[in-house]
Ligand binder design. Structure first.
Ligand SMILES: N=CN[C@@H](CCC(=O)O)C(=O)O
Ligand SMILES: [Zn+2]
Length: 412
């Protein structure tokens, strides 16, 4: 099966020589080809170039993209889209003055989602989650990481992971699965944190690995949740079972969580709203991707990740949605890049690099997605007729996508 996209106004994020990620000042460059063609063969990108070099072969499908742009689909490396019910009550409580921390202390927050998740059937959880997955694919996401972490019992966590597995098997997008074993301390272990950690180490992590239910291990390393010591215990156990660390750190407080992640060669460190000088320095010359989640800052009214400081220090940065019921009930990556430009002062080039190739790296998919390169999956965004790629973040809250292609097929 072959498809020719012709007369593309601008083909964006073209990498003839594929890169794993881009850092520092390299992020300001977004390579493109104007008046381009792109050929997809059996779901993969097989050729591209300027229209004057467009081959005159016969194709199964030809799509005229006059006036339209093509970009690689968004790579959302941090989500929690498998959850039960919603938490709009807490949203209203916050409008009335309660903080995210106050709500969690009153038994709301993650524990509220866990209560709903423990009760729901696996089938119903799948049904609720697939709606969100389809929603974000239509908004341009072509590769996504999904975490557990609302189960907080061995059975409920495994239920979440099985739902992620079923999504992987049922949808054409690339999905990576993360065991967020230590997300919050369940009430049953209120006074026995070490008992909970031991349960994760002795039972949940080995079962997850044995049943091949996750690629990554995550911890919410934060004051009032899991300490650096707790984090290290879990990362060590996860790694021993082949799960690579990707962690929640520096959301509300900087407590050396980044350093714990680096010690265990985390693939990414995510959130980073509170960054000290040493946190930025320590990330230099490592293979760990810093990940910012601007929609979370927007929704909770907390500081934005200091993208300028991170990028200007020569580091890479990825952008992800953090789609979850508590701190970010949105998985719209178009809004993520707009917010990164508007609130974090990232340029459109930096934001698009962060949401494509750097996001792909943050979930170990940089060889398969995240750029227009020969041999990569044809997971593509075809825009409406727009003036330039900067129009996407500029027109915040609006949808500039005409069609999303996954493995070369339109996703409707
Ligand atoms: N910060 C920890 N976990 C999620 C939010 C969890 C929730 O409130 O349900 C996050 O990444 O923002
Ligand atoms: Zn998260």
């Amino acid at each position: 099966m072959t498809t020719l996209f012709k007369n593309i106004k601008e083909l964006v994020q073209v990498r003839n020589t594929p890169v794993s990620y881009v850092s520092g000042s390299e992020m300001k460059t977004l390579p493109t080809i104007k008046n381009a063609f792109l050929i997809v063969k059996d779901g993969l990108i097989s050729d591209f170039g300027t229209m004057n070099n467009c081959p005159t072969l016969k194709f199964d499908n030809t799509i005229d993209a006059s006036g339209k742009l093509i970009l690689p689909a968004w790579c959302d490396s941090h989500t929690h889209i498998v959850y039960a019910g919603n938490r709009e009550g807490e949203f209203v409580d916050r409008i009335h003055g309660l903080s995210y921390e106050d709500i969690a202390k009153n038994g709301g927050g993650i524990l509220n989602s866990a209560k709903k998740l423990q009760k729901i059937s696996e089938e119903n959880l799948y049904k609720q989650s697939k709606v969100r997955l389809e929603e974000v694919i239509k908004l341009g996401t072509g590769a996504i990481e999904i975490k557990s972490g609302y189960g907080l019992t061995v059975d409920a966590e495994l239920k979440m992971l099985r739902v992620i597995k079923r999504l992987k098997e049922s949808y054409p997008v690339k999905i990576k699965s993360t065991l967020l074993a230590a997300h919050a301390l369940p009430n049953a272990y209120k006074n026995n944190k070490i008992g909970f950690l031991q349960l994760l180490i002795d039972e949940l992590i080995p079962k997850t690995a044995k049943e091949n239910l996750a690629e990554f291990i995550d911890v919410f390393c934060e004051t009032g949740y899991f300490s650096v010591e707790d984090t290290e215990l879990i990362l060590k156990a996860g790694k021993a079972h082949g799960l690579l660390p990707k962690i929640h750190v520096n959301q509300f407080t900087a407590i050396d969580g980044i350093q714990a992640g680096l010690k265990y060669n985390a693939l990414s460190v995510d959130h980073l709203e509170e960054m000290r000088k040493e946190d930025i320095m320590d990330l230099k010359n490592t293979a760990t991707m810093p990940v910012a989640l601007p929609s979370c800052s927007y929704f909770l009214s907390i500081p934005y990740t200091p993208a300028r400081k991170i990028i200007d220090a020569g580091l890479p940065l990825a952008l992800a949605s953090d789609y979850n019921p508590g701190s970010t009930p949105s998985g719209n990556m178009n809004f993520v890049i707009s917010t990164a430009c508007i609130k974090m002062k990232m340029t459109p080039e930096e934001a698009i690099n962060a949401a494509t190739i750097n996001g792909a790296y943050a979930m170990g998919l940089e060889k398969e997605v995240g750029s227009i390169s020969i041999g990569k999956k044809a997971n593509l965004i075809l825009t409406k007729k727009i003036s330039s790629y900067a129009f996407i973040p500029y027109s915040f809250g609006n949808n500039q996508i005409e069609t999303v292609f996954i493995n070369g097929n339109p996703f409707n």
